[in-house]
Design a protein around this ligand. Sequence first.
Ligand code: SAM
Length: 413
Amino acid sequence: MSIYYKRSNCRYCSSKDLKLFFSLGDQPPSNSFISKKQIKLEKKFPLRLYVCRKCYLVQLLDVVSGKRIFDKYSYLSSSSKALVEHFQKFTQNIEKRFKLKNEDLLVDIGCNDGIMLDAYKVNSKKIGIEPSDVFKIAKKKGHIIYNDFFNIQTANRIRDKYGAAKIVTATNVFAHIDDMYSVLRGVNRLIDKDGIFIVEVSYLPDLIDQNLFDTVYHEHLCYLSLFPLNKFLTKFKMEVFDVKRKKVGASGPSITFYIKKKINKRKVFLSVRNLNNYEKNWGINKLKKYLNFEKKIKSNKIKTLKLLNLIKKNGNKLFCFGAPAKGNTLLNYYNLNSDIIDFVSDNSITKQGKYTPGSRIKIVSDEFILKKNYKYALLLSWNYKEFFLKNSKFIKNGGKFIVPLPYPKIISK
Ligand code: SAM
């Protein structure tokens, strides 16, 4: 299979009526942090957002294959303390709400290093599906791990061996998969009438309203909202029965969709109707909502570059705090590189010593940066701003964050 291909139809409804509304140019895959040796071999692919004019799913049609992205994957979910806390609260809520018992089977799609499976307190059988090398970390912790992509075949293997799952979760992975028909057929096979499927993703209206363009990268193939999702689920006789919007998620604000089979008589909560109305009023099916986006982002870019140049002109040096994948979209779209930014600091050892894709800035440890006495840092992990304001030594030592989104601003303790 080739590493890049271009789809011609919508991932959910198959319509070919797709409107391009934001082009971010050619970019390398965002989680592909590179060694010095790999710099020459780096490949870039078009990064463009389309909206389907039939079901209004926002998506990329330029697909860098999952094999290419997830083969050598450097993202470790548990390296973010804020995310670990988030999953502890999340699993506690699931255990209580769905009255989980030790005999229930729990399955996590895209379990990464086991962040969600670790957080469950209930003593159930926990199965993770993780295609990247990171599976080894989750396996070492004692979870049952399938080192594979999730699809109907993987689902069949799990169901045949372990029976039906009570809860299937897919956090920050549901939007990452091209063949969604195989995923939904797989989930349908894994859960029986009473099973629940829980999806956590970024929410499209937040992305558009808060200028969160940096969450667009090749790994994220879809940008979800309830409207297209519920239409798609109908094809599999499934539906959303509850939704919860959250301020913190892996890439900024997030939304949790609770999904069931239609034959399950569980109540559909008012939250679903409310969100449907919210999306209609917001303009989910109005093209103009999407067409304004590029203009807003370009204006943000100009403002941010002005601010950074002023800080430099005043004799300050700059580094980036955190090396999240989304930071690479921002660095590349804003054309920021080592001419203006000296280093990127990150506490993930899989990233340290490497270079940011495209912009090629060296990644160093937090300790290394502290010794350099920087005053200003561009905060690429802006979604954990509150956490870092409270906990980071850089801020405690008097440093200031330049928060790039929704609008550039400087903050400190
Ligand atoms: N679920 C974790 C979380 O919320 O922090 C990890 C999210 S990470 C952004 C996405 C994970 O999904 C990666 O570990 C990746 O290897 C995995 N993944 C990607 N495609 C997948 C697929 N088709 N089936 C299962 N896992 C997949």
